[in-house]
Design a protein around this ligand. Structure first.
Ligand code: F3S
Length: 389
């Protein structure tokens, strides 16, 4: 692999131990993937920071990089951890608070932004063709598909290493020749909000390569649900959305296979509605709520007396604790459980449930896989209506 003089110096330890280790990791992975060089990035997003998932080895790895002089050389955001940063959730356990705070402190001391969210584009929307090194599959696929940026699905350690060096390997979706559409999906126009989570799970399981979705104008809120689910049940990093994905950020192959999606095929991914006697969690916020989604829910529930007939959980970015403090307090007083800077997939649940009702295909996928809880997927609006009925 070709390295510049600066990169050689980094590797030789002239920029400190942490930078040398970080660059060594990127070079090794890059060589394995056949990269010809390293490229500079504008923004790293570090995932894999939940203490519940990384445990003591992950904490030690981060601590060593900090002690070795690690400091973010580019704008770096941080994914959710395993605790509610305001400590008031009854659904997400704060039993790992001490350990998570240690992880957070090391990252913040390395000049990473305390965002604790999986929608880093909220803080810094990427530009078309801008190079990033993002962990967190839902953020990656939005960056590529919605903003036309260039990032692979990086693991937590690689995204961290890219933050400390400012470079990533030139392979995969960093290379224009690999951003080629070979499948074209025409969606049944009856596929609406209630089926978006299921649609994403279907794409993840049934489509390989880079598909193009035609004739279906998805808002960023819809795209967030479809794309996150496809990146959870499959390995997608880019799905081209007609009239949305910036045109100079992908190419279309001469041979494109047409695929049609039938509504009937999507139904089995939705699961079944809750039945009487089941302990149910209603959950919205995977990926974390966008400000407009949060305000939509707030406006809907603002005039209700109480909504605490059910367990209703919202998960949101850390910054909302400041910008929506009044709204959060109002919703909490009505019985809504709001967890900040975390989510139920990367944390420990305080209670046992038989079923989760969610708008998120990604949450449905992981609730079943990690917590053994059966999901039912519907739309955000339907969930809010169910809560107040
Ligand atoms: Fe975000 Fe957790 Fe879902 S990190 S994408 S809310 S699984």
């Amino acid at each position: 692999m070709y390295l510049t003089r600066e990169q050689e110096k980094m590797l030789n330890g002239e920029y400190g131990w942490a930078v040398a280790k970080a660059l060594e990791l990127i070079v090794k992975v890059g060589e394995y993937l056949g990269a010809d060089k390293l490229v500079p990035i504008m923004h790293a997003h570090v995932s894999g920071i939940s203490y519940k998932n990384i445990g003591e080895p992950g904490l030690l790895f981060i601590k060593e990089l900090f002690r070795g002089g690690g400091i973010a050389r580019v704008y770096t955001t941080i994914n959710p951890g395993c605790v509610d940063l305001m400590g008031s959730s009854r659904i997400i356990s704060n039993e790992l608070l001490g350990k998570q705070i240690l992880v957070n402190e090391y990252l913040e001391k390395m000049s990473m932004k305390p965002t604790y969210t999986c929608i880093p584009y909220l803080h810094r929307p990427p530009a078309p063709l801008e190079r990033l090194a993002w962990g967190e599959s839902n953020a990656v696929i939005i960056a590529n598909s919605f903003y036309g940026a260039m990032t692979n699905r990086e693991g937590g350690p690689i995204a961290l290493a890219a933050a400390l060096t400012g470079y990533i390997y030139h392979a995969g979706l960093q290379v224009m020749d690999n951003r080629v559409v070979e499948k074209e999906m025409v969606l049944d126009q009856s596929i609406g909000e209630e089926l978006y989570g299921a649609l994403g799970l279907w794409i993840g399981e049934n489509i390989t390569g880079i598909p193009l979705i035609r004739k279906h104008r998805l808002s960023i809120y819809d795209a967030k649900i479809v794309l996150a689910a496809s990146a959870a049940s499959g390995s997608h990093g880019l799905i081209v959305l007609e009239n949305i994905t910036p045109q100079n950020t992908y190419r279309i192959s001469d041979k494109v296979e047409k695929i049609s999606v039938d509504v009937k095929d999507l139904r089995k991914y939705r699961g079944t509605p809750p039945s009487v006697g089941e302990e149910v969690l209603f959950y919205i916020g995977c990926p974390h709520l966008h400000p407009s989604e949060f305000m939509f829910i707030y406006k809907y529930l603002e005039k209700q007396e109480h909504v605490n007939k059910y367990d209703f959980l919202l998960t949101i970015p850390r910054i909302y604790a400041e910008i929506f403090s009044r709204e959060i307090e109002v919703l909490r007083r009505k019985g809504v459980d709001i967890a900040i800077g975390t989510c139920p997939v990367v944390s420990v649940l305080s209670k046992k449930y038989d079923k989760v009702v969610t708008n998120s295909g990604k949450a449905a996928f992981y609730f079943k896989k990690i917590h053994g809880i059966e999901p039912y997927i519907t739309s955000l609006k339907k969930i809010v209506e169910m809560i107040i009925s």
